[in-house]
Design a protein. Structure first.
Length: 261
């Protein structure tokens, strides 16, 4: 049974809403400390959702496995090109995060690309909205798993962007407003995706593979390299545990939903 448009729109808005709420409540220094484990959990969630759910679901929908891996490769290269042009952008670097950036790093980065942060977030959020819509139209269970994956990634990503903007001298209220504007793109993407995929069901497997490519690219090209900067054994063990927790969370949620579906 297909999910309603209202449910899809609410799910798409959830990630941005929670990220804005977290950023508004917490101080910049506290967010910086909490982002480390959140990024590791996020990597596990994205990898688990894409490899354990999105890609198998595309195969179950009748997609040829040769076609699936070809499209997955094309998707990874597509996001690589977008990031090269600073269109597909993730910010987990910020002052007070323990990384060896010089003082004023955020001011320089935001001064050079403050607008690109908002544009990049908007494009990324729009794609997330399309993904959430396609997942819900395939299966309610897959929709919830995908929404959770997006939400758990959006919180560290958008709060990271928020810190860059605030450290650049932008007022907190203004930075939150910019995040909210970018967040509307997710709702727009969800509405467009719901309309498009409802009319063209044959596109759903392709959307799932492209979504998986997005998740895998973010985890492997952005999150994991950030984590590799922490080389101490204790920190590495914590990261591994957090990644495992993210994968396990997705697996357990899917199992619970499967029994109640």
């Amino acid at each position: 049974m297909h999910s309603s448009l209202l449910l899809v729109l609410l799910a798409a808005a959830l990630g941005t809403a929670l990220a804005i709420f977290a950023s508004a409540l917490l101080t910049a220094r506290y967010i910086a400390r909490s982002l480390e484990p959140m990024v590791s959990v996020s990597a596990g969630v994205l990898l688990g959702a894409s490899l354990l759910h999105l890609l198998p679901e595309a195969l179950d929908k009748g997609m040829d496995h040769h076609q699936l891996f070809a499209l997955l490769l094309a998707g990874l290269l597509f996001f690589f090109v977008l990031e090269k042009f600073s269109i597909f952008r993730h910010s987990h670097h910020h002052e007070h995060d323990g990384h060896d950036h010089h003082h004023g790093f955020d001011k320089r980065e935001a001064r050079r690309g403050g607008l690109l942060i908002v544009i990049g977030d908007s494009i990324h959020n729009f794609a997330d909205g399309l993904l959430i819509a396609s997942a819900f139209l395939v299966d309610f269970e897959l929709g919830l798993v995908t929404t959770l994956s997006v939400v758990l990634h959006e919180i560290p990503q958008q709060t990271g962007d928020y810190l860059v903007l605030v450290n650049a001298g932008i007022a907190r209220k203004k930075a939150l407003q910019l995040m909210a504007v970018a967040g509307l793109a997710a709702v727009l993407g969800a509405g467009l995706g719901y309309t498009l995929f409802t009319q063209m069901q044959a596109l759903l497997p392709y959307a799932l593979v492209f979504a998986a490519a997005s998740f895998i690219y973010v985890a492997v090209a952005d999150l994991i390299p950030q984590m590799q900067q922490r080389v101490k054994v204790k920190e590495s063990i914590v990261q591994l545990v957090c990644i495992g927790a993210g994968v396990s969370l997705i697996a357990v949620l899917a199992e619970i939903l499967h029994h109640h579906h």
